[in-house]
Design a protein around this ligand. Structure first.
Ligand code: GDP
Ligand code: IMO
Ligand code: MG
Length: 446
């Protein structure tokens, strides 16, 4: 396998970072291709927990190059801090490269993000998106309006100054913008410090493809947060799909060998928006507590609920998953029964299995139809040790049934299972054996 992509299959925070880190052991390049500081990818290393935001997990491995690719929006001051922190902890092991085409998030984008969300709330109570306030939406908007600033421009002071002035002129309504002179100076300074890492990254990637070197694309955000295919407007502003990952790194679609969708054995969502399988009762609280469900970027408590196979089938179709990674199965350990949503009942009384309604307000009105699956025992240290020693054959049989059910219902084989937060707590079930296209057709009725 040469080019593989790891993608979020739910609402984000599925443990993509941990799965990407697991697969990075066999990669030469690990490439981030979208999003920016809204991302929080947590990896439990022997040295302690690390949360990556704008650098790919390739940085954690010697001999791997970590690329922050063209499709990203990068906050350079935060990026520098992240790199310095990795250095301080002795974790900057792989080389870091930054695409000269990635766009820059400025402090004004962060202010604008907060201002936009408060405007939404003022106009219509409850309509704030609950963004991470890291400037993602405004920075992508400026990118498409074609007055954004790119990383490669930070080292051109005259051009940078001209761009900043234009950008400021477009935002008369945003309060408290920092003085332009000060910002221009600070940007040029951070730009010169980052300059040795800033490159045209696509020729490097193409060279690697030609040499057959393994490349891993580390997706951020998730299918249901996609700007077009997610629960608009409660989405992010990028394309966290396999197509988006290819576009955001400059890799032709014909080069993709595998797409791995990552889903928790249950589900979470942080921020506003429809969430049919949300459990606001005691069991949801249990998931939050046992799963440690707090945002890795903002610290907000995550909303918790059950696995939604309607959304997972949709994500599989949208991304062409060749396999799935099901994570956090240990969090469900000790429950007698586990609800899994297999279909939606719509307000007109009909049921739907295949695609969620495209309008968020309609998705908010569906009623999940649950199947109940038998639970499995808690994952004590001894059980984890057995899995480490014996591999997938040591997984509880009811968990295997749960995983088989997910495969049957989505048409996508489960290839990896995460059973703990630590780097080595992932087990491989074996290479995918079901052919994607054929199995997918039998799984989807629509
Ligand atoms: P990402 O954004 O998809 O990389 O996910 P996050 O890092 O935001 O959230 C996943 C959280 O679950 C982190 O706190 C991880 O340390 C933790 N985690 C990852 N995999 C597992 C697992 O299999 N079991 C448990 N209990 N925790 C896990
Ligand atoms: P990772 O890569 C979970 C959510 C925010 C908000 C919406 C829009 O760690 O899985 P934005 O700041 O992007 O404009 O916010 O999207 N969101 C995420 N939720 N995980 C993420 O990334 C997210 N990135 C954005 O909470 O609801
Ligand atoms: Mg996260």
């Amino acid at each position: 396998m040469t080019v593989r992509v790891v993608l979020g299959a739910q609402f984000g925070d599925e443990a993509k970072g941990k799965i990407a880190d697991y697969l990075a052991a066999d990669a030469r390049y690990v490439v981030r291709s979208g999003g920016g500081p809204n991302t929080g990818h947590t990896i439990g290393l022997p040295e302690g927990v690390v949360v990556l935001h704008q650098v790919s997990c390739g940085v954690l491995r010697t001999g791997v190059t970590a690329i922050s690719g063209p499709g990203m929006v990068i906050q350079p001051f935060k990026l520098e801090e992240e790199i310095l922190e990795l250095e301080r902890r002795g974790l900057r092991r792989g080389e870091i490269l930054l695409s000269d085409r990635a766009h820059v998030i400025l402090p004004l984008h962060e202010l604008e993000d907060a201002w936009q969300d408060s405007l939404r709330a003022q106009r219509s109570p409850g309509s704030a998106l609950g963004t991470t306030r890291s400037g993602i939406g405004p920075a992508y908007a400026d990118r498409y309006a074609r007055w954004g600033i790119r990383l490669g421009e930070l080292s051109r002071p005259a051009l940078l100054r001209e761009r900043l002035e234009l950008l400021y002129a477009t935002k008369p309504e945003v309060p408290d913008l920092p003085p332009i002179d000060d910002l221009a100076t600070r940007l040029a300074e951070v730009g010169s410090r980052l300059d040795p890492m800033i490159r045209a990254t696509e020729p490097i990637i193409w060279g690697a493809i030609e040499r057959g070197e393994p490349i891993l694309l580390e997706g951020a955000q998730s299918a249901l947060l996609d700007i077009d295919f997610g629960t608009y407007p409660y989405v992010t502003s990028s394309h966290p799909t396999s197509a988006g990952a290819l576009m955001g790194s400059g890799i032709p679609p014909t080069e993709l060998d595998a797409a791995i969708g990552v889903a928790k054995a249950y589900s979470t969502r942080v921020g506003a928006g429809p969430y049919p399988t949300e459990d606001t009762g005691e069991r949801g609280e249990h998931l939050r507590r046992v799963g440690g469900e707090r945002g890795a970027t903002t610290g907000r408590p995550r909303r918790c609920g059950w696995l939604d196979l309607v959304l997972l089938r949709y994500a599989a179709r949208l991304n062409g998953y060749t396999s799935l990674a099901i994570t956090k199965v240990d969090v469900l350990g000790g429950m007698d029964e586990i609800p899994v949503c297999v279909a939606y009942r719509l307000p007109d009384g009909s049921t739907s299995r295949d695609a969620p309604p495209s309008r968020a307000e309609d998705l908010a009105k569906v009623e999940p139809v649950y199947a109940t699956m038998p639970g499995w025992p808690e994952f004590h240290a001894r059980a984890k040790e057995r899995i480490r020693r014996e591999g997938a054959s040591a997984l509880p049989s009811t968990l295997r049934r749960y995983l088989d059910f997910i495969s049957e219902e989505t048409g996508v084989p489960v290839e990896y299972v995460g059973y703990g937060a630590h780097r080595d707590e992932t087990v491989t079930l074996g290479p995918p054996t079901v052919r994607r296209h054929r199995s997918a057709m039998t799984a989807w009725s629509g």
